[in-house]
Design a protein around this ligand. Structure first.
Ligand code: HEM
Length: 473
């Protein structure tokens, strides 16, 4: 069933699949350019969906918006995340929202959706953002600029982001951006735990990492060590917050404890919070890095941002932005969406077929098969975005001065349907805040002209970071 002949492959636009090995050689030859390689297949396939596979596993990869809608919304229950992902991430995420399906997911989703829409959480986020931007991010860049040195912007955003997401999730400030000798043990352990957990996906078969874990060797041994650090820290924070239950804290953990302090176990609370940290940790940092790389090649867009931000907040003002001011930054919203269209922070996302089904594009999927929606390819399809689809043009998102929403199945950067990203609004606020604060004050001159290479990770991370020389305007 996994065999696709040359004639089939020409008809469907997919690769030739040989018995047993499928297209593993084609895949390995192109693994350094996986996204471009798979995008070509998506675009060349008449249904915009193609089949790939190796060693008995078959995948469908789609860039067809009707199929994306079917998977993420219309037939949502039939396309869970599945056991493969769950098992690989379970040591890090446990039963947290990011790692479960069914009832366990529904309960957490209901609780979290309620908290995420509260005004008080938004105000808490705005306060901690203002603090992190004005007392850490801007001074760090100013000091690097005074010394005429370069700095890795992606790393800076990662540290900035980690502080923010930990404040929001746990009410703890790891101070990764603090110039005074910060204790980054938890941050480093979390980072390592994420990287090593995702390494499990790349093993030719899950048995390989399971055996290594049983024998406590190789990356699995290191994973165990860093997980101990993460768990010890997380559980100690959970216990501390429980003791403080009389005090009103605004972070998500305190809110969950406040909802039902007796029936949630420490492990369950730990799992919920670790999922939030993982979900919000790298995504906005990666997105901002690609955005600044694009800006460095589009001085006109930079000038327009400066002009538009200046019409809302007086130049030279050092006061925090308000929610309303950020909401009114339409051009900036457009520029950020345009950047994420070309460089989606989560470039491809996979579900598993629960019961055999026929996709709206005519392809059949069988129980247990994996189906991925290819966000990166969807953002680069001429049939969806027009002849200039590879150009960075924020204007395509604006009509009569208003931001134009597009179907989330044509722009599934934050996923879509019942499982759409919970942090979408917060992520947009955070990114707008950073750009509106940085761009009018600094020109961030990227070192080197080549497009950065991406690394294989859950997010579209820049493999070698983004070295820039900040110059005060
Ligand atoms: C540019 C920034 C971001 C992007 C592009 C993004 C994208 C995504 C995507 C694609 C998913 C679906 C993943 C999957 O189910 O496989 C997701 C889920 C999620 N995101 Fe985000 N995210 C961003 C920022 C954030 C932030 C800042 C937070 C936290 C405050 C957050 C919280 C979550 C949570 C909790 C989920 C799981 C939702 C569920 O399973 O019901 N995200 N996000």
């Amino acid at each position: 069933r996994t065999i696709q002949s040359r004639a089939d492959s020409q008809r469907t636009g997919g690769p030739v699949l040989y018995p047993v090995v499928g297209n593993v050689f084609d895949f390995l030859r192109n693994s350094h350019r996986f996204l471009e390689w798979s995008t070509e297949y998506v675009i060349n396939s008449p249904s915009n969906t193609f089949t790939t596979g190796r060693f008995g596993s078959t995948f469908k990869i789609t860039g067809n918006p009707a199929t994306v809608e079917h998977i993420l919304k219309t037939n949502f229950e039939n396309y869970p995340k599945g056991e493969h992902l769950r098992q690989s991430l379970t040591d890090l995420l446990g039963d947290g929202i990011f790692n479960v399906d069914g009832e366990l997911w529904k309960i957490q989703r209901r609780l979290a959706s309620f908290e995420f829409t509260t005004r008080s959480l938004r105000e808490f986020l705005m306060d901690s953002l203002a603090d992190e931007v004005h007392s850490r991010l801007l001074p760090t860049l100013a000091s690097v600029s005074r010394d005429g040195k370069e700095i890795d912007l992606q790393d800076l955003f990662m540290r900035f982001n980690f502080d923010n997401i930990c404040k929001l999730s746990f009410g703890v400030d790891p101070a990764c951006l603090d110039p005074s000798f910060p204790d980054v043990k938890f941050a480093q352990a979390f980072d390592k735990a994420t990287t090593l957990s995702t390494l499990r996906f790349q093993k030719i078969h899950p048995l390989v990492w399971k055996l290594m874990r049983a024998l406590n060797v190789g990356p699995e041994r290191e994973l165990k060590e860093v997980l101990d650090v993460v768990n010890e820290f997380a559980v100690s924070v959970v216990q501390k917050r429980r003791e403080e239950k009389g005090r009103v804290n605004q972070d998500l953990l305190s809110r969950f404890i406040g909802l039902d302090s007796t029936s949630f176990s420490d492990e369950f609370l730990r799992d919920i919070i670790i999922s939030f940290v993982l979900a919000g940790k790298d995504t906005t940092a990666v997105s901002l890095s690609w955005f600044f790389w694009l800006l460095s090649n589009h001085p006109g867009v930079q000038q327009e941002i400066i002009r538009k931000v200046g019409s809302i907040v007086a130049k030279g003002s050092n006061r925090p932005f308000t929610y309303k001011e950020l909401r009114d930054m339409v051009y900036l919203q457009a520029a950020l969406c345009e950047s994420m269209r070309l460089y989606p922070p989560v470039p491809i996302d996979t579900k598993v077929v629960k019961n055999s089904d026929v996709l709206p594009d005519g392809n059949c999927v069988e129980k247990g098969m994996k189906v991925s929606y290819h966000v990166y390819a969807i953002g680069r399809m001429e049939s969806l975005w027009g002849k200039d689809c590879l150009e960075f043009k924020p204007e395509r998102w604006i009509h009569d001065g208003q931001f134009v929403e597009v179907s989330p199945f044509k722009f599934p950067v934050f996923q879509a349907g019942p499982r759409v990203c919970l942090g979408k609004e917060m992520a947009m606020l955070q990114m707008k805040y950073v750009v509106a604060a940085l761009v009018p004050k600094f020109e961030l001159v990227v070192v080197g002209k080549e497009e950065p290479c991406y690394g294989i990770n859950m997010t579209l991370i820049m493999k070698d970071g983004l070295p820039v020389v900040p110059k005060l305007r």
